[in-house]
Ligand binder design. Structure first.
Ligand SMILES: Nc1ncnc2c1ncn2[C@@H]1O[C@H](COP(=O)(O)OP(=O)(O)O)[C@@H](O)[C@H]1O
Ligand SMILES: [Mg+2]
Length: 484
């Protein structure tokens, strides 16, 4: 297993770092506290003995001055009965021992823990001195004994002192452990708040956004790196949303917004004016091509004229159907057969053979009361646009399915998509991005859907494709009625 540090989760890294810091703090703390307690405990314990000896001094001096060695011994025995004092002797100037504990060295280890150095503690006239490894002695000058030059040596058991020091160490260790754990907990909570919490927030936001929820923002209101990351993610989400923007239109609102009334009246007039001369030109061209022998070049020219004429003719027809108030000739029909008819109509158009058509019709395919002719016109425009959006080929998916409010028709392509800046324009008459487009197709679709009391909207992503949705109610609104 090849596990590298950078493969660890942030949580694990934080944990490792925190533990490291904790161990370091514990180590330093313990070390410091050991040194402190060692000195402190030794001094305290030894000083205790020194103070006891000092308290006894007048009594012993008095007893020895009067030659009452037994009385002095009793007092001293009582003193050494309590730790850490272990033995005593009163030494005269000439080295003679005046009185000593029965076995002064008894109970003292031969060797033991070295005493801290230096550990001299002068306590007004009394001196505490180290002596070898295992014992310490307190040297107390005695007044009025042996010509004033006698000293009382009090032996201290360093084992007792060391035991006290060990207790101090344990206490120090316990204290640093508790402090260390408290520090680790506080650090952990802080890191959780500072690192893990924003990460979870980011993750949750992204999950919601990728699940398709609209308007999701991470909203990390922070000034640190996470705040900046959150802001970039939010900007990205906003951008993504804009490019996936829905252009939701309801027929009527759209028609009004586009100023249909005026456009319609004008269009009707112009349309009628142009229609007749157009028909004349067309039959004249037909006549010319039949009656006159022409070179290929001349014939090509004529074909181009015919193409242009057809374009004008299409525009005029679209204009007229736009202008006409959509009086529906509504009859029961199946959506599937209307869509089929539209697909047949576009199958001959250029580019259609590069496109794979996938039909997915609602098996129930309920009868709807619709104007089949106009609806077919609308669907023809939608699938025609889809094919035109896939000049390199692609997939056209036509689906019908039950939906809230009626039957839904979905026309989805894998074409060029619609840039967000155009999405609000495409339904308006004369908006076109195509060199020979009339820009009337979708306006007409919107109008026909509106007349049926339906809804129309589009989702698109540049480079991915476009999906048009149409929802048709089972019957058109009463105002439209079934006009024969
Ligand atoms: N399926 C589609 N894919 C990409 N763009 C589309 C699609 N359908 C419509 N459009 C855009 O909407 C514009 C208007 O369409 P339409 O009203 O049918 O007019 P036209 O097809 O004559 O341009 C088109 O020029 C095109 O930019
Ligand atoms: Mg079109």
């Amino acid at each position: 297993m090849d596990m590298r540090l950078r493969d660890l989760s942030i949580r694990a890294k934080v944990l490792v770092t925190g533990l490291g810091a904790l161990l370091f703090v514990l180590g330093v703390g313990a070390l410091a506290s050991f040194r402190y307690w060692e000195r402190e405990q030794f001094a305290l314990t030894a000083e205790h003995a020194v103070l006891a000896a000092r308290a006894l001094r007048p009594g012993i001096e008095g007893a020895l001055a009067h030659g009452q060695v037994g009385a002095a011994r009793r007092q001293l025995d009582a003193l050494v009965a309590r730790p850490p004092a272990a033995g005593y002797r009163v030494v005269l100037n000439d080295g003679r021992v005046l009185v000593a504990s029965r076995r002064p060295e008894e109970g003292l280890p031969r060797s033991g823990t070295p005493l801290p150095d230096p550990w001299d503690i002068p306590t007004d006239g009394l001196t505490l001195r180290g002596r070898g490894e295992s014992a310490a002695s307190v040297v107390v000058p005695l007044a009025g004994v042996g010509g004033g030059r006698a000293t009382l040596e009090l032996l201290l058991d360093t084992r007792r002192i060391n035991a006290a020091i060990r207790r101090g160490r344990s206490f120090g260790l316990a204290l640093t452990t508790v402090l260390g754990i408290a520090y680790a907990v506080v650090l952990g909570l802080m890191l959780e708040r500072e690192i893990m919490a924003p990460l979870w927030q980011l993750k949750a936001g992204l999950a919601r956004a990728s699940a398709g929820e609209a308007g999701v923002r991470v909203g990390l209101e922070r000034k640190d790196e996470f705040g900046r990351l959150g802001a970039s993610v939010d900007a990205l989400l906003a951008k993504e949303e804009r490019s996936q923007q829905l252009a939701v239109t309801r027929g009527r609102a759209l028609a009004e917004q586009a100023g249909f009334a005026q456009v319609g009246a004008l269009a009707a007039q112009i349309g009628h004016e142009i229609k007749r001369p157009l028909a004349g030109i067309q039959s004249a061209i037909e006549l010319i091509s039949q009656e006159y022998a022409m070179s290929d070049g001349e014939r090509g020219l004529l074909t181009r004229v015919e193409d242009q004429l057809q374009q004008v003719d299409r525009t005029v027809r679209d204009l007229l159907s736009l202008a006409k108030p959509v009086g529906l000739n509504a009859q029961p029909a199946h959506l599937s057969s209307i869509v089929d008819a539209a697909l047949v109509r576009v199958s001959g158009t250029p580019g259609a053979d590069h496109v794979t058509v996938i039909r997915g019709y609602d098996p129930a395919d309920p009868e709807l009361v619709v104007d089949s002719g106009r609806l077919e016109q609308a669907v023809t425009n939608l699938v025609g646009n889809a094919i035109e959006a896939m000049p390199e080929g692609g997939v056209l998916r036509v689906t019908t399915r039950p939906a809230e409010g009626g039957q839904e028709l979905v026309v989805a392509d894998t074409g060029v998509g619609i840039p967000p800046k155009n999405i609000d324009q495409i339904m308006k008459p004369f908006f076109s991005t195509k060199p020979h487009g009339t820009g009337l197709g979708l306006a007409l679709v919107a109008r026909i859907v509106e007349a049926h009391g339906g809804r129309l909207w589009v989702e698109s992503q540049v480079g991915r494709g476009t999906t048009f949705h149409v929802i048709l109610p089972p019957t058109p609104p009463a105002s439209q009625g079934a006009t024969p």
